[in-house]
Each structure stands twice: as structure tokens, then as C-alpha cells.
Design a protein around this ligand. Structure first.
Ligand code: PLP
Length: 449
């Protein structure tokens, strides 16, 4: 069936051809079924047959399929923006709809820069981000990200005004005898040190994922970290951008993950679950103050893409929100999350090669290590994370593993982000299949432990 012209993700992998989906299941053309344990990349929050969303897109396409935003706004975009602003922190006022997470973070970074130009602070050009973060693959977003594996070969093309402080991962990097709170403060204080080093009038924004996803494997912040980060940003007039591309849209049990940590950002980026994968949609949400400053100044954000505010994508986003509300899915995420947490601890709490289990809601990470006591990672040459993905896929389970967890080179983790529409028994099935897959990977080693 396949001709040889698609440029695939990886050229040495033979991908099965997808045929259909139903709830948490995907089926390939040979009839093999796969339990979705990761939403692809934390995308398919409503599973694979969300009728309400699919119908909403069809209805919208029957009315108007596309209208360029330099000529028109659309009803779905206006209504979805109203809803998102209702849900967002109080100071948020405007929603800029794009088509993917990288476009959302690029938009936020550019808006930060333009905001400072408009209010007469043209020296503010630096963006501070964190090592081991991920903000997307376009050059600006990649410059902001801090994952060496993704960046190294493109370094000559990246933006030098973006700089990085250390990540916040207490289990991995906390010092012996250091409390979580002390560690969190020490890491947050790095932001202030960096601002002082660059010059307090030269920094535009700090961007971070509230819970770090793809690059570290569902790592929540240390207690107190974001209180201090927020205070530092306020003290120095630095904008706070929360990249909730992976953890927003209900994934952690609240619509915005920032809510868990009482963060009041100046901008929030969301994507992935916003349209449940039925349409490509993402958004950059900004504060009233930023919007008003630009309105008063040039009146024009010097940015834009062809598919901004696509009506069919926004119709999907609206239907996803309706589904979350009518089916009470946020409390369900919390409930399922507790079941998943308990099941993971029961099955892997003493596993010789699982060093840490962390996460929130339906967003969980397992860090795989060669030695639980010393936390020493596996030799990166073994590609343990990818072995786990392959083994799980063969067993009919989709998980989202990644290597380079520690420093972009060594370390392995598995990310789990199942759909919100799981039944309880799917949690057990997910954990059982994962255990079998890890046995496949570690078989011989388990015997020697
Ligand atoms: N930001 C975060 C936190 C992400 O996890 C991702 C993708 O995984 C992105 C940005 C980029 O999103 P996209 O792949 O839709 O461009």
C-alpha cells in the first residue's frame, strides 16, 4: 500500500499504517490494536472517536471552511477565545490562535519583544529559559529550549540572546541533605542571578513549562519554586511565559497547570489537547496589559501565519471544551490520575531499574536508571528508552519515551499521558502491558539483580 515518498519521522523504522481508532484504542490496517497510553504526545485527550468534536468540525466545514484572518474573524474563534479567557487566570484577556505548539511559543517570544519596544524599553532582548526544557522545533522555539540533543546540530542557526538556567528536578539534582524547599529556592534564585548578570533592563521574559514534559518526563517543580520565580519576574519587570503546550487543557486535572502553583503568567501557550488532535490548533494567550500596550502603540502585532484562527480548528476546540464540561472530565482526570499513580507505585515502586515515578493528573513519568541507589543512568548507547517504546508497541501499547533525561545525553524516561476517557480497567491494562514491555527490555538484567 505504501509508496516511498513520505518523509518519515525516522528513516530506519517501518511504521504500521493506521486504519481507525475507537476510544483509547488504535487499529492498524493489519488489525493489530494498540492501547493509547500517551495520547501520541499528550494530544488525544478524548481518545480516538470523539464524536462531538468530529461532528462540530463537519458542521463548521459545511458553513465556511477557511477565511483568512486579515479579512475576517469567525464565530468559532470568537466563542472559543471567550471560553478560554473565562478559564484562564484573571489577568489574561486575549487569545492568539495558531496551529501548533512551536507557533504558540514563537508567538509569545515575539510578542514579549514587541511589547517592550512599544512601551519604550528597547534594550529588553534576552529571553531566559531552562536547560532540559522543550519549547518547540522552529528556530526561535528551539533556541528557547534547553535540550542539547535537539539543539546541537543547529547551534549556528540559533538565537544567541536566549540563555538558560538550570532545570528544577529535586529527585535528580537536589544536594544531599538539602530540603526540597531550599533546592527550589536555590534554583529559582538562578533566575535573579541571570537577570543581574545580563542587566536588569535587558531581559524581556522567562519561559518555562510548569511541569517539564518531553525532555525530563513529567517533572513537577519543587515546592515554592514558582512563588519565587514569580516574585523575581515582578521585581525586575520581566514577563513570565508559561509553556503549557503539553500540560495545559486539563491534562493535570485543572484546565491550566499554572493553577496548581498559583502562577499568574503574562502569557500562556497551549496546544496538544486543545482540539484533542482532531484538528491542528494551539493558542498563545496574553494579559490585558500586553494587549492594551500594543493597541495603544502600533495597533498591530508584527507576526501572523496563514492558518491563524482556522474556523474548523476552533470549532474542534470549542467542542472539546463542551465535552470536558458536560462529561465532567477534569474531576475524572484527577480520579484516574490517582489510580494511575497508585498502580505505577504498586507495580514499579520497587523495580530495580525504575528510579523515580512522578507526575500529576494524567501526566506521569518513570525515570529508568541502571542503579536505584546511585541514580546512575544507563549507557546512552543502549537506547533504553527507545527499546522500551519498541517493546511496548510490539505488545500493543503506545508510550512516549525519551533519552537524554539527565543532561540531553544520558538518562531515560517514559512519559504516560493517556486519554481522559479511560475506564478504570484501562489503567490496569496500561500498567500491566508496560510491565511486560519492561520485562522484555530488562529480561536478562532482572535475573542478575
Ligand atoms: N512546548 C512544549 C512544552 C512541548 O511539549 C511541545 C511539543 O511537544 C512544543 C512546545 C512544540 O509543540 P509542536 O510540536 O506542536 O510544535
Amino acid at each position: 500500500m505504501c509508496a516511498d515518498h513520505v518523509f518519515p519521522r525516522h528513516m530506519r523504522v517501518d511504521y504500521p499504517v493506521i486504519a481507525s481508532g475507537d476510544g483509547p484504542w488504535l487499529f492498524d490496517v493489519d488489525g493489530k490494536k494498540y492501547l493509547d497510553g500517551c495520547g501520541g504526545a499528550a494530544v488525544s485527550c478524548l481518545g480516538h472517536s470523539p464524536k462531538r468534536v468530529i461532528d462540530a468540525v463537519k458542521d463548521q466545514l459545511d458553513k465556511i471552511s477557511y477565511a483568512h484572518t486579515s479579512f475576517f474573524t469567525s464565530e468559532p474563534a470568537e466563542r472559543l477565545a471567550d471560553k478560554l479567557i473565562e478559564l484562564a487566570p484573571d489577568n489574561m484577556e486575549r487569545v492568539y490562535f495558531v496551529s501548533g505548539g512551536s507557533e504558540a511559543t514563537e508567538s509569545a517570544i515575539k510578542l514579549a519583544r514587541q511589547y517592550f519596544l512599544e512601551i519604550g524599553q528597547p534594550d529588553r532582548k534576552h529571553i531566559i529559559a531552562r536547560k532540559q526544557s522543550y519549547h518547540g522545533n522552529t528556530l526561535g522555539a528551539l533556541s528557547a529550549g534547553g535540550n542539547m540533543w535537539r539543539k546541537a546540530q543547529f547551534e549556528p542557526l540559533l538565537v544567541p540572546s536566549m540563555v538558560h538556567i538550570d532545570p528544577c528536578h529535586y529527585w535528580r539534582f537536589g544536594l544531599d541533605g538539602e530540603s526540597e524547599v531550599d533546592y527550589g529556592l536555590r534554583m529559582a534564585n538562578q533566575l535573579e542571578e541571570m537577570i543581574l548578570q545580563l542587566g536588569t533592563k535587558n531581559v524581556a521574559a522567562f519561559i518555562a513549562e510548569p511541569i517539564v514534559g518531553a525532555t525530563m518526563g513529567a517533572v513537577p517543580p519543587a515546592e515554592g519554586y514558582y512563588d519565587r520565580i514569580q516574585a523575581i519576574c515582578q521585581r525586575h519587570g520581566v514577563l513570565l511565559i508559561m509553556d503549557e503546550v503539553m500540560v495545559g487543557c486539563g491534562r493535570t486535572g485543572k484546565y491550566f497547570a499554572s493553577e496548581h502553583y498559583n502562577i499568574k503568567p503574562d502569557m500562556i501557550c497551549i496546544a496538544k489537547g486543545i482540539a484533542a488532535g482532531v484538528q491542528p490548533l494551539a493558542a498563545m494567550i496574553c494579559s490585558g496589559e500586553i494587549y492594551a500596550s500594543i493597541k495603544k502603540g502600533s495597533g498591530f502585532f508584527q507576526h501572523g501565519h496563514t492558518y491563524l484562527g482556522h474556523p474548523a480548528a476552533c470549532a474542534a476546540g470549542l467542542a472539546v471544551l463542551e465535552e470536558i464540561e458536560t462529561k465532567q472530565l477534569l474531576p475524572r482526570v484527577v480520579e484516574l490520575g490517582e489510580l494511575l499513580e497508585a498502580a505505577l507505585h504498586k507495580k514499579f515502586g520497587q523495580h530495580p531499574f525504575v528510579g523515580d515515578i512522578r507526575g500529576k493528573g494524567l501526566f506521569w513519568g518513570l525515570e529508568l536508571v541502571e542503579d536505584r541507589q546511585t541514580k546512575i543512568p544507563f549507557d546512552p548507547k543502549l537506547g533504553i528508552a527507545m527499546q522500551a517504546k519498541k517493546a511496548a508497541f510490539e505488545r500493543g501499547l503506545m508510550i512516549y519515551p525519551m533519552g537524554g533525561t539527565v543532561d540531553g545525553k544520558s538518562g531515560d524516561h517514559i512519559l504516560l499521558a493517556p486519554p481522559f476517557i479511560y475506564e478504570n480497567e484501562h489503567i490496569d491494562l496500561l500498567v500491566d502491558l508496560l510491565a511486560i514491555a519492561l520485562d522484555d527490555v530488562f529480561g536478562d538484567r532482572l535475573g542478575s539483580k
